[in-house]
Design a protein around this ligand. Structure first.
Ligand SMILES: Nc1nc2c(c(=O)[nH]1)N=C([C@H](O)[C@@H](O)CO)CN2
Length: 117
């Protein structure tokens, strides 16, 4: 299986379980792996045959910026559903890092994998 990936996509959003978090914007960082057969793109050398990671980044960043959730779990799940529903991707792995939300931790968040059913 071939993979097209995005690493370190930083987007600001409203996320958190506490009242003070609902009044501020915080950065999250996304690492995304997506299944994609790259054979046709490599053969033709044409972007129309490829999973365009720029389009994925634009769509995901736009959604995240507009969203307001309490849990990182909810946001991660919704991002994966968008990728599976709107792009030619059958499997996606997403790491959502809320960064330094917890004092003393370098990062916190979730890693999930989802497939088209
Ligand atoms: N499993 C989770 N645990 C926690 C979350 C979360 O989204 N999922 N969120 C928080 C707080 O919002 C924290 O990030 C800020 O103090 C705590 N635990």
């Amino acid at each position: 299986m071939d993979i097209v990936f995005v690493q370190g996509l930083k987007v600001d959003t409203v996320i958190g379980i506490y009242d003070w978090e609902k009044k501020i914007r915080q950065d999250i960082v996304l690492d995304i792996e997506m299944s994609s057969d790259i054979a046709a793109a490599a053969e033709t050398d044409h972007i129309d045959q490829a999973l365009n990671y720029k389009n994925v980044c634009k769509r995901v960043a736009s959604f995240v910026r507009e969203s307001k959730f309490e849990l990182v779990e909810t946001l991660a799940e919704r991002i994966c559903q968008i990728i599976l529903n709107e792009f030619n991707v059958h499997w996606v792995k997403l790491k959502l890092n809320k960064g330094e939300a917890i004092t003393g931790a370098e990062g916190v968040g979730v890693i999930i994998e989802r497939s088209k059913s």
